[in-house]
Design a protein around this ligand. Structure first.
Ligand SMILES: [Fe+2]
Ligand SMILES: [Fe+2]
Length: 168
């Protein structure tokens, strides 16, 4: 389980966790620079998994991965949570969803393990695409309070309840 793909994506998970930890280190004030680096990094990470890993693994295995649908729903929930400006409930939702999500990807039999097992001779080409994936540019936050209704709906579709995080 220690192939190049596994190491690359696990290192990226740890790098993003460190940025998030820095963003919330002072409970009185979010470190905005750290949060924006986390946000751009997570959007790029999700895009690499959706556009490169999942399709490559699916074609190598001749069918979708068992956890692909769940991972895609989680990705949509995480991306939705990155749209409004960060708040304590947004931050706790992101951290809770990511903790389980990353485990599904990292564990034995998880996404990265299955990719390592199935890509075979395609591995070098897949890793070349991963390494040259473009950075995600700065996207402005949507400050419209109605955006939280959309967040609530997208979380519900992925099996999460916004009220668990918003303290309602
Ligand atoms: Fe993911
Ligand atoms: Fe990941």
């Amino acid at each position: 389980m220690a192939g190049p793909l596994y190491r690359y994506f696990i290192d990226d998970h740890r790098r993003l966790e460190a940025l998030m930890n820095r963003a919330v280190a002072d409970p009185e004030k979010i470190d905005e620079a750290a949060y924006e680096a986390f946000r751009g990094g997570l959007l790029k990470h999700i895009s690499m998994e959706e556009k490169i890993l999942l399709p490559a693994a699916q074609s190598a295995r001749g069918g979708p991965l068992p956890m692909a649908a769940k991972l895609r729903l989680d990705h949509s929930a995480l991306a939705a949570l990155l749209v409004p400006p960060p708040s304590p409930p947004i931050l706790s939702a992101i951290r809770a969803i990511l903790a389980d999500h990353d485990w599904i990807e990292e564990s034995a039999g998880g996404l990265y393990d299955l990719c390592e097992q199935s890509l075979g001779g395609e591995m070098d080409a897949v890793m070349a695409k991963v390494r040259s994936a473009p950075d995600v540019g700065a996207i402005p936050h949507n400050h419209d309070p109605n955006v939280l209704d959309a967040v609530r709906r997208i979380l519900a579709r992925a099996g999460y309840d916004w009220d668990d995080y918003s303290g309602k």
